[in-house]
Structure formats: C-alpha cells, structure tokens
Design a protein. Structure first.
Length: 192
C-alpha cells in the first residue's frame, strides 16, 4: 500500500523527515550532503502538497534555496531540490514574524486546531522538518510518519531531536533504505 493510499480516505498525512547523526545531532551541517540524498529528498517533497515550517527552518531554507536571496553557488545536482523547495506552497508557524512571502502563508492561533485544519484539506500530504515545530507536533500527536535519515557520523554536539518530549511515542518501522554514503533512511509510523 502506498503512503498516499493509506491516508487518502481520512485526511492528508503530515510527514516529518530529519537528518540526524549517530549521536543524535540534527544540525543540518553535520551530515552527508550528496546527490543521492538530495534525490531522496526530492522524492519526499513530491509526496506533499505543501511544506510546514517553523520560523528557523523557513528562514534557513529561504536563505539557501530562494533564487532572489541565495548568494552561494551550489552543485548542479542540488538544483532539482532547490526548484522543488522554491515552488512548494509553504505554511510557516511563527509568533515572531509579521509576514512571509515566497509562496508562504503564516499559521497563527492554536497550533493543534490550525494543523488539523490543514490536514483536513484534500491533497497528497504535508511535509515538515526542523526541530522545535516537530517537537510540538509530536506532543499533539499530529505526525503521521517519521523519517530519520541517520548519517554515519558522530558530531559531538546538538541540537538533538525531541529534547523535552513529555511523553513516550512508540513507533513501528515501515521501511528502511540504505544509501551509498552509509546513511540509512528509516520510516516509522506511530503505533496506534
């Protein structure tokens, strides 16, 4: 059963993906950056109608992938990911930003109510990343699928995933994919 079919009759799923080192660091600069992992990320983005970001992730992605803002050059193999991020509809959860653009809309008010409303809209799904927003979403039980891309690296620093989570969330492995770099993408669903 494909991920789209599994959720299509209920509501669009919220999928979370994060790169993490073996010692739990989820600093985006700590892992492997290569063509194969970027292709995988583009495949993930293709399963979503919209991206859900917190302020930090939104600003980081905008600085790296918005054509009018970007100042650094990047390898050609990053372009499909850059185009996908640039074109995607984005929802930004922030109490500090006054406005967003770049095909984005601010999410205000009660987080649970706002995200449940987004999930009720028709479509393939929502996709999120980052650290703080996913912690809040996990606390609310709103994440339908977790993907951890574990890199064969020890970073020796943080930030770490789900620090401060108030309750245990049991997950069930649904797929595993190994990459040439030694990274492993593991997808999980919450046990219900």
């Amino acid at each position: 059963m494909t991920p789209d079919k599994r959720y299509s009759d209920v509501m669009r799923p919220l999928r979370y993906s994060i790169n993490v080192t073996l010692d739990g660091c989820c600093d985006h600069r700590a892992g492997v950056v290569d063509e194969e992992l970027h292709r995988h990320a583009v495949e993930n983005l293709a399963q979503a109608d919209a991206l859900l970001f917190g302020r930090v992730t939104y600003e980081m992605m905008e600085a790296a992938f918005r054509p009018s803002v970007r100042t650094e050059t990047r390898p050609d193999w990053m372009e499909p990911f850059a185009r996908a991020i640039d074109a995607a509809k984005k929802y930004v959860v922030s109490s500090t930003l006054d406005r967003v653009d770049w095909n984005a809309e601010l999410v205000r008010g009660d987080l649970a109510t706002a995200i449940q409303q987004l999930k009720r809209e028709s479509g393939k799904g929502l996709f999120t990343g980052g650290v703080k927003l996913p912690l809040a979403l996990a606390e609310l039980g709103l994440i339908d699928e977790y993907e951890f891309v574990v890199h064969p690296t020890l970073a020796g620093h943080g930030p770490t995933l789900f620090a401060g989570l108030s309750k245990r969330i049991d997950l069930q492995l649904v797929s595993r994919l190994e990459f040439g770099s030694g990274a492993v993408a593991m997808r999980y669903e919450p046990r219900r």
